[in-house]
Design a protein around this ligand. Structure first.
Ligand SMILES: Cc1cc2nc3c(=O)[nH]c(=O)nc-3n(C[C@H](O)[C@H](O)[C@H](O)COP(=O)(O)OP(=O)(O)OC[C@H]3O[C@@H](n4cnc5c(N)ncnc54)[C@H](O)[C@@H]3O)c2cc1C
Length: 509
């Protein structure tokens, strides 16, 4: 006898940063979504300790940044341990430094659940079948086996993704060559060591993080990669730390420990039929420069509106394919830069000449800017169509705006996750032209709030995609507005249709 379970347009596997961000984005577009998460409750553990400038912007454009309260930011960054001052970048935000990943996940959970996502903890995907019309998902739950049926299944289930394996995605790359440890602890004092501080025999970094806790990261030369079922015992981490630094921390109290490696892999396609991957499920790499969670969140922001457009019935034919073409390229560069950083900070004296050459190059502002843009994700330029305006395909930076009745900003206009056509020249014709897309696009008459129009300088209008990237700018785009509206927002008046979830039994096995 089976207990009927709820069908959904989308089932997301994994309530990590990628899964929760995607759930929230889909809900903003009115899509019904179930998130299944195998852990009955959050672990409270934090691999990441902050997020990049671009993720600050992404949270801000959904009105989420304020949920953290005061966010401490810092312009100090690095590339492979070589310091870079990020204040040379344009933008409203620097990276957040003191928000543990667990707090980010908590914020995203509360947001997504508040928007109506159905998040089921203790539910683990154990199998799936895409029959072309929908996906059957076999799930283990505290109450026994269940089967869900969804229009689409998105695997946001991390580096060891069961979805990736079950759906047969190719995941080429290089295997881990070494094992590294992290331990958060209290009750033991260490000499603070910054990233890139090599010591004879390996790399050791550590220092205070929030809440009176000290974090250490240890990489011993020659420590072979190991598959562990359990986190490494604190004694093992403390012993490695002592061998490298001479400091005895064995009397400390561990908060948590984990081991990780430098395996670098990426799926060859981000979607196979009705099964899609986002986040670590699609790409794994050395955690260098704090980028993984950011890339995962941004995968989801890229995917959310496109998948919603398909489900809501207005997606132009190739829209969902651009999720792969845009994010695979971003992931490829992420793998490249984390591998390069690993070579710099995880090796010994043999790479010192390389560090020295790069240090010399870093005296040039263009080089610093190039690397800073790369690791913050602010370099991303999507292929949006012909044109020579520098904003095309780039993320829209924050600009304060005034409408006839209120103060607003480019950031604020993106809160509802819809397209935004900003008419800066009061051209009534634009509004009339976009009227047939009114269910997908907000048309706003506004002018920059200050004399300094910044990136909007010289423009009469700009069209933003729901993910905050510039699809069209006038003058400067090689296409007319209607062509671009059709390219990114589908046929006029085609919205508001919901693709029905193909009929399925949705019963327990
Ligand atoms: C040591 C270390 C330090 C890091 N530091 C940083 C940093 O400073 N900054 C940064 O940006 N990134 C950092 N990262 C990377 C970051 O932690 C990941 O990129 C991020 O967690 C990926 O998010 P995700 O949602 O894709 O996957 P995950 O966070 O791994 O979430 C996947 C979720 O899926 C669930 N799940 C798995 N299998 C199933 C299943 N079969 N059924 C149901 N649920 C399932 C899991 O329980 C989990 O909750 C670090 C990583 C490591 C290892």
């Amino acid at each position: 006898m089976g207990i009927p379970t709820k069908d959904a347009s989308v089932v997301i596997v994994g309530a990590g940063p990628a899964g929760l961000m995607l759930a929230g984005e889909l809900r903003l577009a009115g899509v019904d979504v179930i998130v299944i998460e195998r852990l009955p409750r959050p672990t409270g553990e934090s691999r990441g300790l902050g997020f990049t400038a671009r993720t600050m912007e992404v949270f801000d454009q959904r009105g989420l940044l304020r949920r953290f309260g005061e966010v401490e930011t810092s312009p100090h960054g690095h590339f492979g341990g070589l310091p870079i001052d990020f204040s040379l970048l344009d933008g409203k935000h620097f990276a957040a430094k003191t928000i543990p990943q667990a707090d980010t996940e908590k914020m995203l959970f509360e947001w997504a659940a508040g928007e109506g996502a159905d998040i089921r903890r203790g539910w683990e995907l154990v199998g799936l079948r895409d029959d072309g019309a929908g996906v059957d998902i076999d799930v283990g739950t505290p109450d026994g086996a269940r089967r869900l049926r969804a229009g689409y299944l998105v695997g946001c289930d991390g580096g060891r993704s069961a979805v990736r394996k079950a759906a047969g995605f190719d995941f080429p790359g290089t295997a881990a060559t070494r094992e590294m440890f992290i331990a958060d602890l209290t009750g033991a004092t260490i000499k603070p060591r910054v990233i890139g501080e090599t010591v004879p025999g390996g790399m050791a970094m550590g220092g205070p993080i929030a809440g009176g806790i000290t974090r250490i990261v240890v990489c011993e030369m020659g420590a072979p990669p190991r598959k562990r079922a359990e986190p490494p015992p604190f004694e093992e981490v403390a012993a490695a730390w002592q061998r490298l630094t001479g400091e005895d921390i064995s009397h400390g109290t561990p908060v948590w420990t984990t081991s990780f490696g430098d395996a670098t892999r990426q799926v060859t396609e981000y979607r196979r039929g009705r099964v899609i991957l986002a986040g670590d499920a699609a790409h794994i790499h050395l955690p260098a420069g704090g980028q993984g969670m950011n890339a995962s969140i941004q995968d989801s922001v890229n995917l959310g509106w496109k998948l919603a457009a398909v489900i809501n019935g207005w997606a132009p034919p190739a829209l969902l394919d651009t999720y792969h073409s845009e994010r695979h390229e971003v992931g490829k560069r992420l793998l490249m830069n984390t591998q390069a950083q690993g070579l710099l900070f995880l090796n010994g004296d043999e790479v010192q000449p390389l560090r020295d050459v790069l240090s010399e190059l870093l005296r040039y502002e263009d080089v610093r800017r190039h690397l800073a843009l790369m690791v913050t994700g602010l370099e991303i330029r999507y292929e949006v169509g012909p044109g020579d305006h520098p904003l095309l395909g780039m993320r829209m930076p924050h600009v304060d705006l005034l409408t006839v009745s209120a103060a607003t900003s480019t950031t604020r206009l993106l809160h509802p996750a819809r397209g935004v056509l900003i008419d800066l020249a009061g051209d009534g014709g634009l509004r009339a032209e976009a009227a047939a897309w009114a269910d997908r696009i907000d048309v706003v008459n506004a002018v920059p709030a200050t004399q300094e129009a910044g990136p909007l300088s010289g423009l009469s209008a700009v069209l933003l995609r729901p993910d905050g990237y510039v699809a069209w700018a006038a003058p400067g785009s090689g296409d007319d507005l209607e062509t671009v509206l059709r390219r990114w927002f589908g046929a006029p008046g085609a919205g508001a249709k919901h693709e029905p979830v193909a009929a399925g039994s949705a019963v327990a096995q």
